[in-house]
Design a protein around this ligand. Structure first.
Ligand code: NAD
Length: 371
């Protein structure tokens, strides 16, 4: 691989975005300098900060840069002013629409309990210790995109808001296939989460997942949970899960709930992937699962680990650098084991560090591991 053969777009976004991406960028530089990663980095912006200047959340040029790149590393969007942006601009140019326009339908959200953080979780240590699961959220369909949708006047000064949860057979099969493939590489167990007892779309979801499993993945153990029970199981006995595949909204909610396992929303990374094209290239977007945390923005206290772990996912899924991904994950585990904590994962540690100091500590652990 020659230098700069591959490109990564880096987008801070809003709120804490620039703080967490700032630390992730230092880690990217470390891998460039010490491991010859050789990425061509292109910095761009999207979000409320772009809307204030250009009247859109994302400019076409940025969308084109994302589309042309091998991967995008993103911070977060939203915060002050977001809700005042006209709804059609939010739906047409917001993050959900970017993921959909680039057909990134598979949102992989690993939930791993670091040993050192077991006490920082609000759940009991014996429930959390050893959890290593993936929530695979369908990202291009379901309740967030189904038509019809809207808010309409129904007379007498009253209104009606409505959305539609809809999935086609191909939409269900393509995300279920990613789930089966992930399960095959891991513990061989896929849990499909739906609401088949109450929703027609859930009934179809379950039938199609069963059909695909029987046709192509007879060796993967498949079970099904209703989403309400699945949420309970995530906090009651998360070790029963290997890979979970589920609808867009269900996956969104379930993964925030699963953040209780990792100790904080700030710990969880994600990857959004399209299917490969004819040349084998995929659209790939890496970001922490949390939002722009306006309550702590600008204070240098946000946890950058979810973002840095997202870059580890980029090395694994986009840059064929699994050893480097493992190296980075080990550096983070060592940092946490050394008792370095941002405020959100303080647990019973009395001194917490800033966003920047967490970046320093992770770079220090990388230096030690590379010696
Ligand atoms: P949020 O994830 O921004 O924050 C929820 C809570 O978690 C807050 O208390 C916050 O301080 C904390 N938190 C989040 N990330 C953290 C980190 N890295 N370190 C320490 N603490 C962290 O969710 P919200 O408050 O519901 O939403 C705020 C804004 O973000 C809204 O405008 C929302 O639309 C947007 N949002 C964006 C995304 C995204 O960019 N993908 C996701 C969710 C919400």
């Amino acid at each position: 691989m020659t230098k700069n053969e591959r490109t990564m777009v880096v987008i801070p976004g809003d709120g804490i975005g620039s703080e967490i991406i700032g630390q992730a960028s230092r880690v990217v530089e470390w891998f460039d300098r010490h491991r010859g990663l050789g990425l061509d980095i292109k910095e761009r912006q999207l979000g409320v900060n772009v809307y204030e200047k250009h009247g859109t959340l994302i400019q076409d040029e940025t969308l084109e840069a994302i589309e042309a790149a091998d991967a995008t590393l993103f911070g977060a969007i939203g915060g002050d002013g977001y809700d005042e942006i006209p709804r059609h601009i939010r739906t047409e140019t917001g993050l959900l629409s970017v993921r959909r326009r680039l057909a990134m339908f598979a949102n992989i959200r690993p939930v791993v309990a670091f040993d050192a953080l077991v006490d920082a979780s609000s759940l009991k240590p014996e429930i959390v210790r050893g959890v290593n699961m993936i929530i695979l959220r369908e990202l291009n369909g379901g309740l967030y995109f189904g038509q019809p949708r809207g808010i309409e006047d129904i007379g007498n000064g009253e209104r009606r808001g409505f959305n539609t949860m809809a999935y086609t057979t191909p939409e269900i099969r393509r995300v279920a296939r990613v789930g089966f493939e992930l399960a095959k590489e891991r513990g061989g167990h896929l849990t499909s989460v739906d609401k088949a007892n109450a929703l027609d779309v859930g009934e179809l979801w379950r039938e199609e997942v069963i059909r695909l499993g029987a046709e192509e993945y007879p060796d993967v153990l498949l079970n099904h949970l209703y989403v309400d029970n699945a949420m309970l199981q995530v906090v009651r006995d998360p070790k029963q899960f290997d890979v979970v595949v589920t609808e867009n909204t269900f996956g969104d909610i379930m993964s925030d709930c699963a953040a209780a396992i990792g100790g904080s929303l700030g710990m969880l990374p994600s990857a959004s992937l399209s299917d490969p094209d004819k040349e084998g290239r995929r659209q790939a977007f890496y970001e922490p699962i949390h939002g722009c945390a306006p309550d702590i923005a600008g204070q240098n206290v946000a946890n950058p680990i979810g973002t840095i772990l997202s870059f580890a996912m980029a090395m694994r899924h986009s840059f064929e650098r699994p050893e480097d991904a493992t190296l980075l994950e080990s550096a983070i585990a060592n940092t946490l084991a050394a008792g370095v904590r941002t405020a959100d994962i303080a647990g019973d540690v009395s001194t917490t560090v800033s966003t920047t100091a967490m970046g320093d500590a992770i770079l220090d652990q990388l230096d030690r591991l590379a010696r």
